[in-house]
Design a protein around this ligand. Structure first.
Ligand code: ADP
Ligand code: MG
Length: 174
């Protein structure tokens, strides 16, 4: 099946890292909805949020998600894409949804080490570990609900990619 694969999970879970590697392994296109929005709107996520608020950002994110969805495409979604019921239904119905699961501690460590992520505005203004705990508390059930498969994102990236390839191979056999 030539389908869309949606990577969901919190910031730092590895959606971009794993998504890119997976796309390369499959010969699929890779698209990051955050980057897609930044390029099509010529603004950073921070600028969009400053101008239009999180609600405006989320609306644009939903449009971006639907625009980039195509066969043979791996889509790295924004961490909050699952907050929208419409987005969850859309992803569930238009492809395979993979949740990259990691603890708040792991996510916070990764974000602290990644200077690019400093560009993304804090959701709450709290310290990063607490923020990630809050984020997971409010979103874990949604990630679980939308996901066809939940993977341990603390494994080595190549092992996570291998697991997804195996899932796709198993689906073909069915
Ligand atoms: P996301 O797109 O979900 O926000 P990224 O792919 O940007 O996450 O990864 C965030 C940071 O964590 C990056 O510095 C990346 O190199 C690192 N990272 C991602 N996946 C793993 C992994 N499986 N093991 C170790 N580090 C990882
Ligand atoms: Mg990313």
């Amino acid at each position: 099946m030539t389908q869309t694969i949606f990577m969901v999970g919190a910031r730092g879970a590895g959606k971009t890292t794993i998504g890119k590697a997976l796309a390369q392994a499959l010969g699929y296109r890779f698209i990051d909805t955050d980057l897609f929005m930044q390029q099509s709107l010529q603004s950073s996520v921070a600028d969009i949020v400053a101008r239009e608020g999180w609600d405006g950002f989320r609306l644009r994110e939903s449009m971006a998600l639907q625009t980039v969805t195509a066969p043979k495409t791996v889509v790295a979604t924004g961490g909050g894409a699952v907050l929208s019921h419409e987005n969850r239904t859309f992803m569930c119905n238009h492809g395979l949804v993979v949740y990259l699961q990691a603890s708040a501690n792991v996510l916070a460590e990764r974000l602290a080490e990644d200077p690019e992520d400093a560009q993304r505005p804090s959701l709450t203004g709290k310290p990063i570990v607490e923020e990630m705990l809050d984020v997971l508390a409010s979103r874990e059930a949604l990630y679980q609900e939308v996901a066809h498969h939940v993977l341990d994102a603390t494994q080595r990236p190549e092992d996570v990619v291998e697991q997804i390839l195996q899932i796709l191979a198993d689906e073909k056999v069915k």
